[in-house]
Design a protein around this ligand. Structure first.
Ligand code: SF4
Ligand code: SF4
Length: 372
């Protein structure tokens, strides 16, 4: 009989530093304890989800107290932590510094004496640019944030490793794989190269509806932990209400044998799946296509259209969306802020990176009818 993987779920209602650390420790104790993963003298890379320069209370990035608690447990285990990410809008050292500063992670790093990495060196592995830190550290601890995602539907443990691709290379991958099915393969390729040894998901305050940056902030009060990031995502999908068959990233990773993505292969400990299921968790509008039976979904999908639109009156002309766009579909100048509907490949990177929530998702008439 195949050994099941283990995922723990623990309740934790706020970011009180002592409470977060206690709850993370409890989550880890249920899967073997921190010393199962972290060995004395190891160099440990802590990889939060720092999507963009947002305040902790905006629930876009992994909370700084969550990062602090994990770093402190790593230190207590006798290892040396460093923190690193390449956010969605990371194109210069200045912009990554802004993300570290505003997210509160720099303050934590300064106070705890932990090195902050900028992923300014990359290796070329299997056709991808990967931060060289991935090979320089003994262990990666993956700290995804529990959120929805307009393109991937959910963004969790597997997708968080996409931040180990430095800067503009991420844009190129979107361009090479514009459709979600292809992009799922890219995400899973990167996951297979980077393979975190431990995943701890920050689901204390998460996000539903049109995440990962402009959704609804939800007090969820959960921490998920596991050695197998694929299993953590399977548990996350179940409590968020996304079927395995509609979770393309999870399916791809499971079918490639990179982890256990089927609930029957996972031993859930702690709170348990039933009580952990999140009430009234709303998937993004773009999940509409998945509401139909597979036999008709492919015909319906052709009629459904969502596209990003810039709210010109609110646009701050920062150009972050323009730089992130893989298909050069965005014009920003003093007179207009506009997306070329024909050139747009609906990857929603612009929606993901706009730090001012100025990009909204527009539905065509038929989609609006169905959505209702
Ligand atoms: S405009 Fe936005 S959704 Fe369209 S291709 Fe560019 S980044 Fe992707
Ligand atoms: S839409 Fe957002 S990201 Fe794009 S230029 Fe305007 S404010 Fe910046």
């Amino acid at each position: 009989m195949l050994l099941k993987s283990k995922v723990s779920i623990i309740r934790c209602n706020d970011y009180d530093p002592a409470g977060v650390k206690r709850s993370i420790k409890e989550a880890l104790d249920l899967i073997g304890g921190i010393n199962t993963f972290v060995k004395k003298g190891q160099k440990v890379l802590i990889k939060p989800n720092l999507l963009s320069a947002r305040l902790p209370e905006e629930a876009v990035d992994t909370h700084p107290e969550f990062v602090r608690a994990v770093a402190s447990l790593v230190k207590a285990a006798g290892a040396i932590p460093a923190i690193g990410d390449s956010p969605g809008s990371f194109f210069t050292i200045k912009s990554i510094d802004e993300v570290y500063e505003k997210s509160g992670v720099k303050k934590v790093a300064d106070e705890e004496g932990i090195e902050l990495l900028r992923f300014d060196k990359a290796l070329h592995i299997d056709g991808y640019h990967i931060a060289s830190a991935v090979k320089e550290y003994d262990l990666i601890i993956n700290l995804p944030k529990l959120k929805t995602h307009t393109l991937a539907i959910l963004t969790g443990a597997i997708k968080n490793t996409y931040g180990l691709v430095p800067g503009l290379s991420k844009v190129q991958h979107h361009k090479d794989a514009p459709h979600m099915k292809d992009f799922s393969r890219v995400i899973v390729d990167i996951f297979s190269i980077t393979r975190p040894g431990l995943t701890i998901m920050d689901g204390i305050v998460g996000m539903d509806k049109n995440g990962p940056a402009a959704g609804r902030i939800r007090n969820i009060g959960l921490i998920l932990a596991g050695a197998d990031a694929v299993s953590v995502d399977a548990v996350f999908a179940d409590i968020a209400g996304l079927d395995y068959s509609n979770n393309l990233v999870l399916k791809e990773a499971t079918e490639r044998g990179l982890g256990k993505g089927r609930l029957e292969d996972i031993d859930v400990v702690g709170v348990g799946l039933g009580p952990a299921r999140i009430k009234d968790f709303k998937l993004p509008q773009t999940a509409l296509a998945y509401k139909f039976p597979a036999a008709i979904a492919k015909y319906i999908a052709r009629l459904i259209d969502f596209r990003p639109v810039i709210d010109g009156a609110r646009c701050k002309k920062c150009n972050i969306c323009k730089t992130a766009c893989p298909n050069d579909a965005i014009t920003i100048n003093k007179n207009i802020s506009k997306i070329d509907e024909i050139k747009c490949i609906r990857c929603f990177c612009c929606h993901e990176v706009c730090p001012h929530d100025c990009i909204y998702i527009k539905k065509n008439f038929l989609t609006s009818l169905m959505w209702r």
